[in-house]
Design a protein around this ligand. Sequence first.
Ligand code: F6R
Ligand code: MG
Ligand code: MG
Length: 382
Amino acid sequence: MKVTFSIIKADVGGWPGHSTVHPELVEVAKNKLQQAKESGLLIDFHVTHCGDDLQLIMTHTKGVDNEEIHRLAWETFKEATEKAKWLKLYGAGQDLLTDAFSGNVKGMGPGVAEMEFTERKAEPVIAFMMDKTEPGAFNLPIFRTFADPFNTAGLVIDPSMHAGFVFEIWDIQEHKMVTMNSPEEMYDILALIGAKSRFVIKRVYPKEGSKLPADEPVAVISTEKLYQVAGRYIGKDDPVAVVRAQSGLPALGEVLNPYAFPHLVSGWMRGSHNGPIMPVSVENARCTRFDGPPRVVALGFQLAEGRLIGPVDLFADPGFDRARQIALEIADYIRSHGPFEPHRLPLEEMEYTTLPEILEKLKERFVKVESPEEAKNIAAQV
Ligand code: F6R
Ligand code: MG
Ligand code: MG
């Protein structure tokens, strides 16, 4: 059977500040999705959170971008916002950018990762959720899972994976996409996705001749850029991803292993700092220190005719303790830079902060420096 796996998420109020989600918001969402399950719209669902983001994990047979499913998510976020307002949670409704739903939540604030595929005899699926960072934060781990033979042994030794994978890469500034083959174009792929604030991996597909249909994605990442949608800074996107595993795909452990390296991502405090991404359990997905450090959570499921058998909280494993320790050491180190780059993001990524205002304020006081002699004279006058 063909099943659609959808994660739709939004920050509709933090408790306290931007740290985590109040349990009553999770309750509101559970009740709403339970009704949808009883009415037959959903096969199954799981509601959770990562940091201050409310996460709706849903299975159904409606396909991607379906109006009924998106309306359900939108209405769920609206109801949760009402509860958040009543509790006076922080930034109630912050990710819901308009009042009226217009057929699809994309571009309206929430983040979306969904894919439709033929459920195999046994179908392991992992839902990844990040807080205090941007979609490009998935570039490194997804690349390593599907293209790096030093991470994924199956690329070398499993004949059904040996041909590699196809990457769909989006230029989120120019709103364009390109499809590229790995390993043939690996260096070109890296040239793009290393610029993670601009080029992001959107989907991964198997190649023709693999065990899986080449037109059904095996990984998908949310790529909404909230600040571009809103036109002003209202927080980082806090992306989500869905990845399928095993039997001709990277094994569960090959999907998870890249997160044992807490790589640097942008986001963290005020969406304006580089910092390590720390893999944590749902229980520990609370962004406290300097509003972070950025977190990633992974929930594993087996699908049974679309039913969600799980979740297993995959980063609750002590196997990731060392990654957490390293993340904290990096956090200490990079935090010591205070307002200096490269902890603080470079100018071009600070567009929606006070920096343009400061430059504007000082505009008249900037004088042209023509020669070293002149510079000395000017300095003498000040
Ligand atoms: C980062 C984030 C927080 C806030 C910070 C200031 O994505 O959401 O770090 O930017 O707590 O929040 P305000 O301006 O709402 O006081
Ligand atoms: Mg928030
Ligand atoms: Mg968030």
